[in-house]
Write a new protein. Structure first.
Length: 253
């Protein structure tokens, strides 16, 4: 077979794709997730091919027939109530200059069960800090939901906005770094790991995935307090997928 630019559809058959995917796993030692990501790209090309060149629909269908491989499902790590409390204690006792912001950030994160990016997109106009207190979150697909705020979260947000001199007309996200720029997901993860290390808890208390999977921790607490799955979906913004329900029930409460 020659250069990539010389490849034609006759070189891209289902057997060739399967051989390529097997090569990824056996020779390159890629995970099932990586294998499926490569196959997803091939499937996208096949759909494009069928749309733009109907005469090749048959070839496209053969490529689309190559199945996604199921891999082992891992238990999801998340933070228990005492671990969340320890993290907040670490922030409250910290001498960092941004500890007021960090406390407001973490409280809002655990109060709402928001995804980190949803949290970082919050602007002043999304906050209602007078009773009834709530925050407007924008999730995937531009879906919006209102989430009530605890009194402690409201107080922390008010303190942060006062110290950072954020005006009601400000249109930038409220969580910013020391340069005044919006924080990133990677910045949030870095901060949380720093607090974990400072408090001497190391990785066994705060697993790396916990900072991305805080909605799971909120879901566990929500379910244990009584409301059912339908109420949880409305509060956290989850869909109806069975996989999410299974994630929440993997560990005993």
């Amino acid at each position: 077979m020659g250069a990539v630019v010389d490849l034609g559809l006759e070189h891209v058959q289902a057997d060739d794709i399967l051989a390529f995917l097997d090569h990824l796993e056996s020779e390159r030692k890629n995970s099932v997730t990586t294998r499926n990501a490569r196959l997803a790209a091939i499937h996208a090309f096949a759909r494009f091919l069928a749309t733009r060149n109907p005469e090749h629909v048959e070839e496209a269908q053969r490529l689309l027939a190559v199945p996604i491989k199921r891999g082992p499902s891992r238990a999801v790590d998340y933070l228990e109530g005492d671990e969340i409390g320890a993290m907040l204690e670490a922030i409250s006792s910290s001498q960092r200059r941004d500890h007021v912001r960090d406390r407001a950030l973490l409280l809002t994160l655990f109060n709402t069960g928001a995804r980190v990016q949803e949290l970082l997109d919050i602007r002043v106009g999304d906050l209602q800090l007078d009773r009834p207190t709530f925050v407007r979150l924008r999730g995937k697909g531009r879906k919006e939901r209102l989430c009530p705020l605890w009194p402690e979260t409201t107080t922390a947000l008010q303190a942060m906005l006062h110290i950072s001199h954020v005006s009601p007309e400000d249109s930038k996200p409220i969580f910013r770094n020391h340069r005044g720029e919006p924080m990133t997901r990677f910045g949030v993860r870095y901060l949380m790991r720093q607090y974990a290390d400072e408090h001497g808890r190391q990785r066994q208390l705060w697993p790396p995935s916990a900072f991305i999977l805080t909605p799971v921790a909120i879901a566990r607490r929500f379910i244990s307090s009584g409301p059912g799955w339908i109420s949880l979906r409305s509060a956290i913004g989850w869909g109806t997928r069975v996989s999410k329900r299974r994630t929440v029930t993997q560990r005993s409460i």
